[in-house]
Design a binder for this molecule. Structure first.
Ligand SMILES: *Cc1c(COP(=O)(O)O)cnc(C)c1O
Length: 367
């Protein structure tokens, strides 16, 4: 069976993890610091706070921006449940918005309509790695004094108007879970130039404790500390950071190969009656997944499975999930499109012949 995604890890990662074992310090320490420094260089930003998952990055970013009960946060429904749970965990209310049919990113015009006096933040999701309309969102945020906390879990290495996602925003969150373009095993990061948010997030990731964080980085445990704010056990471990450090080095190769694969898909799928391709811009995208809009999606999915090809759905809209039903609202484009979206396999180790075979099966299905 060809999976939808699979990580690419090897001896180099194992070698780096071995060094962590030998150091005797598995928790947050020198490797985490190094990973953060490399991300700082990569994004050219002041602050990177590494955490244990992308979900905790979003939650902690929201808390660090002061988002709390009574506030409203605008977010597309068409995202991973993680984005929504992170908002719910702050106590704030979720305000779902619709997406644009060609990119499946949140629609700034719809966001505008959903702003109220309680709105405190927008959480755009750079779906598939295609950048959201950040200029328009910034204007809305400026006008209503809102924070923008980007869910960039799909967009590591993507660019908006020539600048990397994460390098110019308010607060940006990344995920390094096993299926993302680079992985730490599990991991996440908050990226920002805002000093106050960074200070809050640094304390918040480790139980609200303020002490010499640096001493942790130097393999020393300080026994004297003060708990100053709300906090969580969200810090990244050296084991995960060691994997991430090696994956960072491989990123340029990963990206190049992903671009080759998505172009091969485009080339072979563009003239098939029954499917539509989404809008792309491969000069700026680091493609996280390859999604098509397919007629008879569920039948196609079953047909591919019979042919040993796995495919996926990103995502069942969250406003249709039972736990989020109290935030249910009408989202016509999301509701129409989610029955058509299908995610095809995309990962570094996927071979050209496999891509061509997948395209061939899809052709067969529609003829
Ligand atoms: C992966 C992902 C997350 C959460 O990241 P984890 O590291 O899995 O917690 C959030 N949002 C989106 C869109 C994602 O794809």
């Amino acid at each position: 069976m060809i999976p939808v995604a699979r990580p690419c890890l090897g001896e180099e990662e194992l070698e780096e993890v071995r060094k962590v074992f030998e150091s005797g310090w598995l928790g947050m320490g020198a490797w985490v610091k190094k990973f953060e420094d490399e991300l700082k260089d990569f994004f050219n930003v002041k602050h990177v706070i590494a955490v244990n998952t992308g979900t905790s990055a979003i939650h902690l970013a929201l808390v660090s921006c002061g988002i709390k009960q009574g506030d409203e946060v605008i977010v597309p429904s068409l995202t991973f449940a993680a984005t929504i749970q992170a908002i719910v965990a702050t106590g704030a209310s979720v305000v779902f918005c619709d997406v644009q049919p060609d990119t499946l990113n949140l629609d700034p015009e719809d966001v505008k309509k959903r702003v109220s006096s309680k709105t405190k933040a927008i959480v755009p999701v750079h779906y598939r790695g295609y950048p959201c309309e950040m200029d328009q969102l910034k204007n809305i945020a400026k006008q209503h004094r809102l924070r923008i906390i980007e869910d960039a879990a799909h967009a590591f290495g993507s660019k908006y108007r020539g600048k990397k996602i994460g390098s110019f925003g308010d607060v940006t969150c990344f995920s390094f879970d096993p299926i993302k373009i680079i992985t730490c095993g599990e991991g996440g990061a908050i990226v920002t130039n805002d000093d106050d948010v960074a200070i809050a997030a640094e304390k918040g990731r480790i139980l609200g404790i303020n002490k010499d964080t640096w001493s942790r980085y130097k393999h020393e445990r300080s026994w004297f500390y003060d708990v100053e704010t709300i906090g969580f056990r969200y810090h990244m471990s050296n084991i995960n950071a060691a994997i991430g450090i090696v994956q960072m080095k491989k990123f340029p190769r990963f990206l190049e190969r992903r671009l080759e694969i998505v172009k091969l898909y485009d080339e072979n799928l563009k003239n098939i009656n029954g499917i539509k391709l989404l809008k792309t811009d491969y000069r700026s995208m680091a493609p996280f997944c390859y999604i098509i809009r397919a007629e008879q999606r569920d039948n196609l999915m079953a047909y591919l499975k019979k042919n040993d090809i796995d495919s996926g759905i990103h995502y069942i809209p969250n406003h249709l999930q039972s736990f989020f039903s109290k935030y249910k609202t009408s989202l016509p484009i999301t509701e129409k499109i989610w029955n058509e979206i299908l995610t095809l396999p995309l990962y570094y180790g996927l071979q050209n012949e496999q891509v061509l075979m997948i395209c061939d099966r899809i052709k067969n299905f529609y003829s």
